[in-house]
Design a protein around this ligand. Sequence first.
Ligand SMILES: [Zn+2]
Length: 427
Amino acid sequence: MKTINIIIFFIFTSILAQSQIENYVIFCGKFFNSEKAIFEKNKYILATNDKVISVKDEYEPKSNDKYLDLSDYTIMPGLIDCHTHFLHNEYFNGKTKKLEIDSLIFQNEDYRNQLGEKNLTAYLNEGFTSIRDLGNSGNFLEKEFKDKNAKDFQYPSIYSSGKGIVFQRGQFPKKFEKYEQDEYLIIHDSLSIQNAINQLENEGVDLIKVYADNAPNKELMPPHLFSYIVEESHKRGFKITAHAIYDRSIKNAALAGVDCIEHIYGISDATMDLIREKGITVVPTFEDKYSVSKIIKHAPKNKFLLRIFMPIELKKNRKLLKKLHDNKINICTGSDAYLDDRVVESRGKSAKSGIYCLIESKIPMNEVLQMATYNGSILLGEKGKIGQIKKGAYADIIAVKGDVQKNKNLLKEIRFIMKRGVVIKHE
Ligand SMILES: [Zn+2]
């Protein structure tokens, strides 16, 4: 009798569980295949719970399917911003007339946590379903958000480096120098490197960030210590990325054997060749038209040189981005967006700069979208899980209304967002 009751109980609970499973069937008028970087037509995506079950050319919907007709939309994997600082904030200070770090982020942890919450929500609302956060996040404050995410995925998936490793000092101006101990891991020799990497490993970071230079300050990571950091990080299974602005520091990073280089503003042709030969990925974090216009609009009135030079820089940067593309450098999109919402509309909107700087450089849309999805998944070691809509991948799916190849501005208006199988936006 007891056994029968148990059997009945299991049959009942399994029927109940099945009835609670949401089977989504999404019909896609236009579908972006991120691995091949091609647009396909008339596909059905089947998603159950948090995963994509299959992508088919034909499908007969069943009565319990949740059918979503996105025949007028372009459907693509959720975007990945490969360079964020969601717990950092800068704004134009009316008194000093400079772009400055929001000192409240150092002094008030609650304020910083609210900022993080706001920025992550803004990211997801703009279609970023994954982010790669590169520090300036206090004493591993990003961990709390990652822990919350593990329960319900209310934020984009967060992959983080925690504190970056710097030589002698960090990037802050003199008046914020006292906070550098909290924001960076400052190293001087091989023993301090060991301690730094031990701490990062204990804190559960996903990758390691090292500063090849600490611009706008002057220190460069010495090559022998740089190689040691890379060697130790690789030994423990971490990918390592370098912040590098100048040609000299970009070259140092490449020679030390990093996996990825951020920013690369000052790269020379010779260093570009070196990066291609070594198969290093780059995350160029250039401004787009939108962010330049916002900066110019909000810059103090005496900053007339900025108004003259920013548009000139913008043109120069576009040429460099096109050159990287034409030279077959592996690119991932990253925004390095950290401007306060008083300057830009929201962190999510300003983070599109990492994508639009490439689109405005006349790189074809299919390739830019691949850089913003598939390439990011490889960089994060998450191939097949994010950045792709295929069997077994997380159901992180976004859509714009219309044809994104015909109207490039559509990426600024994400109309459909599914995060791990949950529809959070459908307009
Ligand atoms: Zn950055």
